[in-house]
Write a protein that binds this ligand. Structure first.
Ligand code: PHE
Length: 352
């Protein structure tokens, strides 16, 4: 047998045995037997150049090699075919109707996954963030541990002002110039300092009050602050925004009313009520028979507050409002006790 033929024989046996699938095996087969340039085909064509006395032996050894290779290819093809069936039978069977996350090989019944859900406060918060961003508002954040300056002083509430009594404040024990913020309003001033005017922003966030808790009071609550500062902003803009929010939350029929209320950082100041979403104004247990629900405080920003934010009140005016987010949620889902919202009780949370 010629050296070339021997080499081809040995190499080919290795290639055939190590072909990992039918496609690889076919490639090996083609590289040997292709009519134009198969390695064995070429060697067989060389018979023309072999000496007449050796032609017979050369032809015979070529044929022997050819048959052996054809035989081992057939054998390997059978092996690979069986392997493939085995794999599919055992591991790769796919049930396209099985729900995601179930193992297809074990073919067990679908297991129910225990997905969490959004907390009702997050739900209402995200919903309002969408509404406000669609009206061109930024969504801002601020620190929960706040300086006395931003929480009170910059909001036109000096140290000896009786308005401080409106807030039951947690002061830091070792440093009473720091407080757990009692409302989201301190971010009004932080936002003005950072972005200047004109400005449109909301600030959803957690606030803290030193309350003895009961079904209507909780020491930790969520508010959603909002402010708009520009040239010529007036009370009608405030009414428009609040009406849009109220209708969005409680339906197109909802009416809003404003009653005078004092907050040191607005002038004039109001507390805002909406018609009760349950009885639509006729009176029921949710609204304690008044037909109205108080859901926010608001007003035109006090010039001193604009000044604290380095904005000239001669040029710009602003409106501000603070929605009681926790309260909105309690009302929306008729939650009877303020303490449920953050109590972490799964019997409550699983209902959402
Ligand atoms: N910060 C006030 C509160 O916590 C609400 C408010 C915000 C009132 C903005 C007026 C303007 O009660």
């Amino acid at each position: 047998m010629s050296k070339d033929l021997q080499k081809l024989h040995n190499e080919s046996l290795v290639h055939i045995a190590t072909a990992l699938d039918l496609a690889q095996l076919e490639a090996v087969e083609l590289s040997l037997f292709s009519r134009q340039n198969g390695r064995l085909t070429m060697l067989m064509k060389e018979i023309a150049t072999v000496l007449p006395a050796e032609k017979k032996a050369y032809g015979e050894s070529c044929n022997t090699v050819k048959e052996e290779l054809i035989g081992s290819i057939a054998k390997r093809r059978e092996e690979l075919t069986n392997v493939r069936w085995k794999t599919i039978a055992n591991d790769e069977r796919i049930d396209p109707s099985a729900p995601l996350g179930t193992s297809s090989s074990s073919m067990t019944r679908a297991q129910k996954k225990n997905y969490g859900s959004l907390h009702p406060i997050s739900r209402v918060q995200y919903d309002l963030e969408d509404l406000f961003t669609s009206m061109g508002f930024m969504v801002l954040d601020g620190p929960e541990l706040e300086s006395d300056y931003y929480n009170f002083e910059a909001l036109n509430i000096p140290a000896d002002h009786p308005a401080r009594d409106m807030h039951d404040t947690f002061y830091l024990k070792n440093n009473p110039s720091w407080v757990m913020r009692t409302h989201t309003s301190p971010v009004q001033v932080r936002a003005m300092e950072k972005y200047g005017a004109p400005l449109r922003a909301i600030v959803p966030g957690r606030c803290f009050r030193n309350e003895a808790t009961d079904p209507r009071h909780e020491h930790t609550l969520y508010q959603l602050e909002g402010l708009v500062i520009d040239r010529g902003i007036n009370f009608a803009h405030l009414k428009g925004i609040i009406a849009t929010v109220a209708k969005h939350l409680y339906g197109g029929e909802t009416k809003v009313r404003f009653l005078p209320k004092f907050y040191p950082f607005v002038e004039p100041g109001v507390r805002g009520e909406v018609t009760c979403f349950l009885c639509h104004g006729t009176g029921c247990r949710v609204c304690k028979n008044t037909g109205w629900l108080e859901i926010f405080g608001a007003g035109m920003m006090h010039p001193n507050v604009l000044r604290a934010g380095k904005i000239d009140p001669e040029k710009y005016s602003g409106l501000a409002f603070g929605l009681g987010l926790s309260r909105l949620v309690m009302l929306k889902y008729a939650i009877p006790d303020a303490r449920y919202a953050l109590g972490g009780d799964l019997r409550f949370l699983n209902q959402f």
